[in-house]
Write a protein that binds this ligand. Sequence first.
Ligand code: ADP
Length: 429
Amino acid sequence: GGSGSASTIKQVKLERESELRIEVGNDAPLRLRLLNGTAEIFGTELPPEIWLNFPPRLKFAVFTWYGATIEMDGATETDYTADETPMVSYVNVHAVLDGRRSRAKASSPDDSGSSQGPRVIVVGPTDSGKSTLSRMLLSWAAKQGWKPTFVDLDIGQGSITIPGCIAATPIEMPIDPVEGIPLEMPLVYYYGHATPSNNVELYKVLVKELAGMIERQFTGNAESRASGMVINTMGWIEGVGYDLLLHAIRTFKANVVLVLGQEKLCSMLKDVLKSEPKVDVVKLQRSGGVVSRNAKVRQKARSYRIREYFYGLSNDLSPHSNIANFSDLFVYRVGGGPQAPRSALPIGAEPAADPTRVVPVNINRDLLHLVLAVSFAKEPDEIISSNVAGFIYVTDVDIQRKKITYLAPSAGELPSKYLIMGSLTWLET
Ligand code: ADP
């Protein structure tokens, strides 16, 4: 619009192999559309001319291989164009993976080795663009007709479900730039904390359970097996974090390790994995567009994720408030109290508290504001090995009447009476 008009519409012309990096403002959504040319957001092509609505705070880039004109409507926190991106190296990785998937598909399904498509694991420090690269590889593969399995081991900022979980889901279509990972039938295990140091043993056990489950699914599904998986990991790469990375690489039998922006980590992994000759360790450049988030921003992001689980991305879901008797629900936590580190004990001694012991919890006011997972377990001793159906949020505990009020995604009875508590709380705002 001309001078004096209140229009906030702005056009941006993008040259080939460049991207428009955007941080949507904190308070209002942003509308954006592709006017001409072709462009994609993290691997998913934009439809021509259709306005898309991006929620507040979202950070993303519109990338074009051959040139495009973008139209934006609304205020942004930042928006700028960058012509230096690592996208060519990323898409080259995709091409190699694609070749491996085709070879896996062409080989006899009886040969469980050669019919297995690539198992890619993305590692690197926090804010190196791991989730974003995972997403691009998944969307490019899905566009080609593959159904890769996305595995998210990041309990802090995972993109499949709420924080505190490890999860997996098949990706059958390029990932929607606004809605994110589709949530039809994710396979979710509840760890219950936002950092693995709360209970490292439990984290490892759950990673093993998830890997075993996917392994079984692949056995019966040649298409999934040939498509392989893309595994996103935590940004914790030092000390125990490094051990957990190695544990994940081995447990999932990853054969392609993509290391984002970390020489040291890359050479360490190359070194230890060179005796495992079928593993390729590849160093990739971090994108300059990746936005760093401090501890406070991360904490906020976790809170928004939980809110999104119950209320939807744009308040489009209406959770139900339900009331249950104390006697109808059985709450458990896993592991007893803080443990002494193994290194502090005499050689051969086991830490006293079993980190994977399932302990019943009395229902009292301590449960207020906790997020509890609803287990698929049929017996308490199946709790660790069972995935979860979903989550509830405790809004009131009435000791006198022995009633607990909770928010659930839907009305009606819970799929199970076994609930798992961790340290994950949420304050509804
Ligand atoms: P990590 O998984 O390593 O912690 P992410 O992939 O989640 O990092 O990236 C951190 C943030 O940066 C995310 O909000 C993501 O959407 C954003 N981001 C990543 N790449 C770009 C880019 N090229 N332009 C703009 N924002 C980006």
